[in-house]
Design a protein around this ligand. Structure first.
Ligand SMILES: *[C@@H]1O[C@H](CO)[C@@H](O)[C@H](O)[C@H]1NC(C)=O
Ligand SMILES: *[C@@H]1O[C@H](CO)[C@@H](O)[C@H](O)[C@H]1NC(C)=O
Length: 183
């Protein structure tokens, strides 16, 4: 009787331990997940266009894995370069098949200036960022805002959504630089 009793209590004890572990595991996973989501949401809420900031960052698996604003910003800058590169391709491709000379020229102009945005952020912005000089990094990222608005000014309606999204995301990343430098 005693043996059965101690066996049973051991059994119950191990179930309790097991449940506690499972519960603990679930809690850890759930907490981490909500932390990731809230880091993006929280950081983007301090930007000028939170919706663009959130949707672009959430679409990249690297940013949902980050745990602080510095790394989230680093991923964001990389996405910005990638998007600028994609925009260059869009304009180059469109320029190739465009027969109207002045529109062709404008399309080529946009492709070229988005090249400046990508180059400057990649070769100057990222090194400044890595060295902790967020104010200078911000100025380099701002090149992309200028690029996007210059391109908008040429009157190209064809890719206005892409250009506007890039403008908005660039502004958001300059806001991230402000948050980092005020820390
Ligand atoms: C953007 O394009 C440049 C030039 O082709 C390349 O060196 C760079 O790695 C690209 N950046 C990204 C993030 O795709
Ligand atoms: C960019 O931001 C402006 C100002 O918040 C907004 O009106 C516009 O709809 C946004 N455009 C895109 C494509 O995100």
């Amino acid at each position: 009787m005693n043996m059965v009793y101690s066996y049973l209590s051991l059994f119950v004890f191990s179930i309790v331990i097991h449940l506690l572990l499972i519960h603990h595991q679930n809690t850890v996973i759930a907490t981490d997940y909500s932390n990731d989501v809230s880091l993006i949401t929280k950081s983007c809420s301090g930007t000028e266009v939170p919706s663009v900031c959130t949707s672009i960052l959430e679409a990249d698996p690297r940013s949902t894995a980050t745990t602080n604003l510095k790394w989230l910003s680093r991923v964001g800058i990389d996405i910005l370069c990638k998007k600028a590169n994609e925009t260059i391709s869009i304009f180059k491709k469109a320029a190739e098949s465009e027969t109207d000379p002045s529109l062709k020229q404008n399309l080529e102009f946009c492709g070229r200036i988005f090249g400046d945005c990508s180059y400057v952020v990649q070769h100057e912005g990222i090194p400044y960022f890595e060295s902790g000089d967020y104010k200078s990094a911000k100025m380099e990222i701002y090149t992309c805002c200028v690029t996007a608005s210059d391109c908008q000014d040429t009157g190209i309606k064809l890719f206005s959504k892409e250009v506007q999204t890039l403008y908005n995301f660039s502004v958001d990343m300059t806001n991230f630089m402000d948050m980092l430098s005020s820390n």
